[in-house]
Design a protein around this ligand. Structure first.
Ligand SMILES: Nc1ncnc2c1ncn2[C@@H]1O[C@H](COP(=O)(O)OP(=O)(O)O)[C@@H](O)[C@H]1O
Ligand SMILES: [Mg+2]
Length: 237
């Protein structure tokens, strides 16, 4: 039985500066990601990885081509619909966490659920559960500034998961972490994938790609240059 595609990109191109010479930031990218896959996107800096992720997240629109995520034509959404789409379908984590520093950890995690219409008390109950699952419940009432990088990224993961999104996107999630915290976040993303979460992550961290991803895509000069199923590290010996 073929599995359902969560992401379908069809010949997507994006050029930021219409007058510029040279290749666009993303050129004719086609990609299908199925439910339960964990895909790592690798490639040199400036090759178009974040552009690709932002188009999937509806944070940007392609010039040509179509982007469909969990049945939604993302490239056609207006601003308000795009925000609703992200709340319903996407959890996103970033290199620098993007937490709100003047909200507590619990408030940061509960916020997307409240914006989606959940009662404050219900959102906070769910936030507390997630923080416990992720092993950071003791920081629920702290402000993010008091936490280590690894702990902040765990908070960001909890926030990304609160609306139970069909798709988790991560842009360089270990890029700002020391090696122990990086290891911690790698383990966490692997566990989420093992639990069935569909994950697409952009990374320079080959260990992250190896431990988390079932499939690795390489982007070079705005083009998908390689797309392969990963060979498990233990099979290479
Ligand atoms: N908002 C933007 N405006 C103009 N150019 C951009 C913008 N975002 C990215 N670019 C350019 O598009 C190309 C791809 O960038 P990006 O997708 O951020 O690459 P990566 O994430 O692989 O480092 C780069 O040449 C970058 O300078
Ligand atoms: Mg980037």
């Amino acid at each position: 039985m073929p599995s359902t595609p969560v992401i379908e990109l069809c010949e997507v191109s994006r050029r930021y500066d219409a007058a510029a010479e040279g290749p666009p930031a993303l050129c004719d990218a086609s990609l299908t990601v199925h439910r339960g896959e964990a895909v790592a996107i690798l490639g040199p800096s400036g090759s178009g990885k974040s552009t690709l992720l932002n188009l999937i997240a509806g944070l940007d629109r392609p010039d040509t081509g179509t982007v469909t995520v969990d049945g939604v034509r993302v490239d056609r959404l207006g601003e308000a619909a795009s925000a609703r789409y992200r709340r319903a379908k996407i959890g996103m984590i970033f290199q620098f966490f993007n937490l709100l520093d003047d909200l507590t950890v619990a408030d940061n995690v509960a916020l997307p659920a409240q914006l989606a219409g959940m009662y404050r008390a219900t959102a906070h109950r769910r936030a507390a559960e997630l923080l416990e699952t992720l092993g950071i419940d003791r920081h629920a009432r702290a402000y993010p500034g008091r936490l280590s990088g690894g702990e902040r990224q765990r908070v960001a993961v909890a926030r990304a998961l609160i609306n139970r999104p069909p798709l988790l996107l991560a842009d360089e999630p270990t890029g700002a972490l020391d090696s122990a915290s990086g290891q911690d976040v790698r383990g966490l993303l692997s566990e989420l994938h093992a639990d069935g979460q569909t994950v697409v992550l952009v990374t320079h961290d080959l260990a992250l790609a190896r431990t988390c991803a079932t499939r690795t895509i390489e982007v070079v000069d705005g083009r998908i240059a390689a797309d392969g199923i990963n060979v498990p590290a233990e099979a290479v010996r």
